[in-house]
Design a protein around this ligand. Structure first.
Ligand SMILES: C[S@@+](CC[C@H](N)C(=O)[O-])C[C@H]1O[C@@H](n2cnc3c(N)ncnc32)[C@H](O)[C@@H]1O
Length: 240
Protein backbone atom coordinates (compact mmCIF):
# COMPACT_ATOMS: atom_id res chain seq x y z
CA UNK A 1 0.00 0.00 0.00
CA UNK A 2 1.56 3.29 -1.07
CA UNK A 3 0.81 5.96 1.53
CA UNK A 4 2.64 8.95 0.18
CA UNK A 5 4.40 9.99 -2.98
CA UNK A 6 6.33 13.19 -3.44
CA UNK A 7 8.68 13.79 -6.36
CA UNK A 8 11.26 11.06 -6.08
CA UNK A 9 10.45 10.20 -2.48
CA UNK A 10 8.39 7.08 -2.18
CA UNK A 11 7.15 5.92 1.15
CA UNK A 12 5.61 2.50 1.13
CA UNK A 13 4.19 0.71 4.07
CA UNK A 14 2.90 -2.78 3.97
CA UNK A 15 2.99 -3.47 7.68
CA UNK A 16 4.01 -1.06 10.37
CA UNK A 17 7.51 -2.40 10.26
CA UNK A 18 7.96 -2.92 6.52
CA UNK A 19 9.20 0.16 4.77
CA UNK A 20 10.79 1.16 1.54
CA UNK A 21 11.58 4.73 0.71
CA UNK A 22 14.21 6.91 -0.89
CA UNK A 23 15.73 7.06 -4.34
CA UNK A 24 17.20 3.82 -5.65
CA UNK A 25 16.86 2.29 -2.23
CA UNK A 26 15.65 -1.24 -2.19
CA UNK A 27 14.88 -3.17 0.84
CA UNK A 28 13.28 -6.54 0.48
CA UNK A 29 10.27 -6.62 2.68
CA UNK A 30 8.95 -7.97 4.81
CA UNK A 31 12.21 -8.73 6.55
CA UNK A 32 12.56 -12.36 7.35
CA UNK A 33 13.01 -12.74 11.08
CA UNK A 34 16.67 -13.66 10.60
CA UNK A 35 17.31 -10.66 8.33
CA UNK A 36 15.76 -8.05 10.58
CA UNK A 37 18.21 -5.23 10.97
CA UNK A 38 18.40 -1.50 11.64
CA UNK A 39 18.50 0.63 8.49
CA UNK A 40 19.60 4.17 7.71
CA UNK A 41 17.77 5.80 4.81
CA UNK A 42 17.78 9.45 3.88
CA UNK A 43 17.69 10.96 7.39
CA UNK A 44 15.53 8.17 8.79
CA UNK A 45 16.93 5.55 11.10
CA UNK A 46 14.76 2.54 11.72
CA UNK A 47 15.29 -0.16 14.32
CA UNK A 48 12.84 -3.06 14.00
CA UNK A 49 10.78 -3.76 17.06
CA UNK A 50 12.09 -6.70 19.12
CA UNK A 51 15.48 -6.45 17.38
CA UNK A 52 18.15 -7.33 19.91
CA UNK A 53 21.48 -7.61 18.08
CA UNK A 54 22.33 -3.97 18.65
CA UNK A 55 26.06 -4.63 19.00
CA UNK A 56 26.11 -5.60 15.30
CA UNK A 57 25.09 -2.07 14.28
CA UNK A 58 27.49 0.47 15.71
CA UNK A 59 26.41 4.14 15.98
CA UNK A 60 26.65 6.06 12.71
CA UNK A 61 27.39 9.69 11.99
CA UNK A 62 23.95 11.19 11.51
CA UNK A 63 24.97 14.49 9.95
CA UNK A 64 27.70 15.50 7.53
CA UNK A 65 28.70 18.51 9.66
CA UNK A 66 29.90 18.73 13.25
CA UNK A 67 27.25 21.15 14.53
CA UNK A 68 25.89 20.40 18.02
CA UNK A 69 23.20 17.74 18.16
CA UNK A 70 19.91 18.32 20.00
CA UNK A 71 17.53 15.41 20.58
CA UNK A 72 13.82 15.41 21.19
CA UNK A 73 12.64 12.12 22.64
CA UNK A 74 8.99 11.12 22.15
CA UNK A 75 8.67 13.60 19.28
CA UNK A 76 5.19 12.40 18.28
CA UNK A 77 4.07 14.00 15.00
CA UNK A 78 7.14 16.26 14.97
CA UNK A 79 5.54 19.68 15.23
CA UNK A 80 7.93 20.94 17.93
CA UNK A 81 11.16 19.58 16.48
CA UNK A 82 10.42 20.62 12.89
CA UNK A 83 9.83 24.20 14.11
CA UNK A 84 13.11 24.08 16.06
CA UNK A 85 15.06 22.70 13.10
CA UNK A 86 13.75 25.59 10.98
CA UNK A 87 14.37 28.17 13.69
CA UNK A 88 17.91 26.95 14.48
CA UNK A 89 19.45 25.74 11.21
CA UNK A 90 22.98 25.94 12.65
CA UNK A 91 22.10 23.05 15.02
CA UNK A 92 21.42 19.41 14.17
CA UNK A 93 18.13 17.95 15.41
CA UNK A 94 17.15 14.33 16.05
CA UNK A 95 13.57 13.28 16.76
CA UNK A 96 13.14 9.91 18.46
CA UNK A 97 9.76 8.20 18.38
CA UNK A 98 8.96 4.52 18.72
CA UNK A 99 5.64 4.57 16.84
CA UNK A 100 6.40 4.18 13.17
CA UNK A 101 3.43 6.20 11.91
CA UNK A 102 4.38 9.21 14.06
CA UNK A 103 8.07 8.95 13.19
CA UNK A 104 7.03 8.92 9.54
CA UNK A 105 4.87 12.04 10.04
CA UNK A 106 7.89 13.83 11.49
CA UNK A 107 10.16 12.70 8.65
CA UNK A 108 7.64 13.74 5.98
CA UNK A 109 7.34 17.21 7.55
CA UNK A 110 11.13 17.59 7.52
CA UNK A 111 11.43 16.34 3.91
CA UNK A 112 8.68 18.65 2.67
CA UNK A 113 10.50 21.60 4.18
CA UNK A 114 13.89 20.50 2.88
CA UNK A 115 15.42 20.31 6.37
CA UNK A 116 18.87 18.76 6.11
CA UNK A 117 19.51 19.35 9.83
CA UNK A 118 16.76 16.95 10.99
CA UNK A 119 17.04 13.17 11.41
CA UNK A 120 14.18 10.99 12.58
CA UNK A 121 14.76 7.84 14.54
CA UNK A 122 12.11 5.16 14.86
CA UNK A 123 13.25 3.33 17.97
CA UNK A 124 12.50 3.07 21.65
CA UNK A 125 14.22 5.95 23.46
CA UNK A 126 16.31 4.01 25.98
CA UNK A 127 17.48 1.48 23.38
CA UNK A 128 18.50 4.19 20.94
CA UNK A 129 20.40 6.06 23.64
CA UNK A 130 22.20 2.99 24.91
CA UNK A 131 23.19 1.51 21.57
CA UNK A 132 23.15 4.04 18.76
CA UNK A 133 24.68 7.24 20.10
CA UNK A 134 28.35 8.05 20.52
CA UNK A 135 29.67 9.03 23.92
CA UNK A 136 29.34 12.76 24.70
CA UNK A 137 27.81 13.46 21.32
CA UNK A 138 24.59 15.23 22.36
CA UNK A 139 24.39 18.87 23.31
CA UNK A 140 20.80 19.27 24.48
CA UNK A 141 17.98 16.89 25.31
CA UNK A 142 14.26 17.56 25.24
CA UNK A 143 11.49 15.24 26.38
CA UNK A 144 8.16 16.86 25.65
CA UNK A 145 5.06 15.24 27.09
CA UNK A 146 6.32 11.68 27.48
CA UNK A 147 3.43 9.26 28.10
CA UNK A 148 2.45 9.85 31.75
CA UNK A 149 1.20 6.33 32.54
CA UNK A 150 -1.03 7.81 35.27
CA UNK A 151 -2.20 4.52 36.80
CA UNK A 152 0.03 3.52 39.66
CA UNK A 153 0.64 -0.01 38.42
CA UNK A 154 1.62 1.37 34.98
CA UNK A 155 4.11 3.92 36.31
CA UNK A 156 6.93 1.42 35.72
CA UNK A 157 6.57 2.19 31.99
CA UNK A 158 7.50 5.86 32.40
CA UNK A 159 10.56 6.91 30.44
CA UNK A 160 12.14 9.28 32.96
CA UNK A 161 13.62 6.82 35.40
CA UNK A 162 17.19 6.11 36.61
CA UNK A 163 18.20 3.81 33.69
CA UNK A 164 17.27 6.49 31.14
CA UNK A 165 19.16 9.24 33.00
CA UNK A 166 22.17 6.92 33.25
CA UNK A 167 22.04 6.23 29.52
CA UNK A 168 21.71 9.96 28.83
CA UNK A 169 24.70 10.70 31.05
CA UNK A 170 26.94 8.66 28.75
CA UNK A 171 25.95 10.51 25.60
CA UNK A 172 25.11 14.05 26.75
CA UNK A 173 27.29 16.96 27.82
CA UNK A 174 24.81 19.86 28.12
CA UNK A 175 21.34 20.67 29.34
CA UNK A 176 18.07 18.79 29.29
CA UNK A 177 14.43 19.80 29.45
CA UNK A 178 11.41 17.73 30.45
CA UNK A 179 7.83 18.94 30.00
CA UNK A 180 4.70 17.26 31.31
CA UNK A 181 1.10 18.09 32.16
CA UNK A 182 1.05 15.32 34.77
CA UNK A 183 1.93 16.64 38.24
CA UNK A 184 2.85 13.25 39.80
CA UNK A 185 5.15 12.54 36.83
CA UNK A 186 6.72 16.01 37.19
CA UNK A 187 7.47 15.24 40.84
CA UNK A 188 8.86 11.84 39.89
CA UNK A 189 11.13 13.52 37.32
CA UNK A 190 12.44 15.86 40.02
CA UNK A 191 13.06 12.92 42.38
CA UNK A 192 14.87 10.94 39.70
CA UNK A 193 17.17 13.87 38.87
CA UNK A 194 17.83 14.50 42.58
CA UNK A 195 18.81 10.86 42.95
CA UNK A 196 21.30 11.04 40.09
CA UNK A 197 24.94 11.95 40.54
CA UNK A 198 25.21 12.72 36.81
CA UNK A 199 22.58 15.45 36.58
CA UNK A 200 21.49 18.51 38.54
CA UNK A 201 18.25 20.48 38.61
CA UNK A 202 18.55 24.06 37.34
CA UNK A 203 15.38 25.62 38.74
CA UNK A 204 14.70 26.42 42.38
CA UNK A 205 12.22 24.32 44.40
CA UNK A 206 9.76 22.99 43.39
CA UNK A 207 12.24 22.67 40.47
CA UNK A 208 9.73 23.36 37.72
CA UNK A 209 7.92 26.34 36.25
CA UNK A 210 4.47 26.38 34.69
CA UNK A 211 5.34 28.58 31.74
CA UNK A 212 8.41 28.83 29.55
CA UNK A 213 8.06 31.66 27.02
CA UNK A 214 9.56 30.74 23.67
CA UNK A 215 9.90 27.04 24.52
CA UNK A 216 7.92 26.08 21.43
CA UNK A 217 4.66 24.40 20.74
CA UNK A 218 3.78 20.76 20.17
CA UNK A 219 0.55 18.94 19.44
CA UNK A 220 0.13 17.94 23.09
CA UNK A 221 1.24 21.31 24.44
CA UNK A 222 -1.56 23.01 22.46
CA UNK A 223 -4.05 20.32 23.41
CA UNK A 224 -3.39 20.49 27.14
CA UNK A 225 -3.28 24.30 27.15
CA UNK A 226 -6.64 24.40 25.38
CA UNK A 227 -8.04 22.09 28.06
CA UNK A 228 -6.69 24.40 30.77
CA UNK A 229 -4.15 21.91 32.15
CA UNK A 230 -1.14 23.10 34.12
CA UNK A 231 2.19 22.36 32.47
CA UNK A 232 5.48 21.64 34.24
CA UNK A 233 8.83 22.57 32.69
CA UNK A 234 11.95 21.07 34.29
CA UNK A 235 15.50 22.02 33.33
CA UNK A 236 18.54 19.89 34.16
CA UNK A 237 22.24 20.00 33.44
CA UNK A 238 24.94 17.40 33.20
CA UNK A 239 27.40 17.35 36.10
CA UNK A 240 30.76 17.21 34.36
C1 LIG B 1 1.93 12.21 24.64
S1 LIG B 1 2.82 11.96 23.15
C2 LIG B 1 3.73 13.49 22.98
C3 LIG B 1 4.15 13.75 21.58
C4 LIG B 1 4.87 15.08 21.35
N1 LIG B 1 6.06 15.21 22.14
C5 LIG B 1 3.94 16.22 21.64
O1 LIG B 1 4.19 16.94 22.62
O2 LIG B 1 2.98 16.41 20.88
C6 LIG B 1 4.08 10.83 23.66
C7 LIG B 1 4.84 10.24 22.50
O3 LIG B 1 5.95 9.54 22.99
C8 LIG B 1 6.10 8.32 22.27
N2 LIG B 1 6.84 7.42 23.19
C9 LIG B 1 6.39 6.97 24.37
N3 LIG B 1 7.32 6.20 24.97
C10 LIG B 1 8.39 6.18 24.13
C11 LIG B 1 9.67 5.57 24.18
N4 LIG B 1 10.02 4.83 25.25
N5 LIG B 1 10.51 5.74 23.16
C12 LIG B 1 10.15 6.49 22.08
N6 LIG B 1 8.95 7.10 21.97
C13 LIG B 1 8.09 6.96 22.98
C14 LIG B 1 4.68 7.91 21.98
O4 LIG B 1 4.61 7.02 20.90
C15 LIG B 1 4.04 9.25 21.68
O5 LIG B 1 4.14 9.59 20.33
Amino acid sequence: MCLQKKKDIKFTLSRQEDIIFGVNQTLHIPFSWADRRPIWLDKFFYVPKAYDRHAESPPQKMFTNDAPICIEYCCGNGQWIVDKAKQFPHLNWVGVEHQFVRAKQTWVKGQKQGLTNLCVVCCEALLFTRHYLHEKSVSEIFVNFPDPWPKRHHAKHRLIQPPFLEALARVAYGKGYFVTDDAPYANQMVRVVKGSTDWKLLLEAPHYVHEWPGYGSSFFESLWKQKGKTLHYIAIERNL
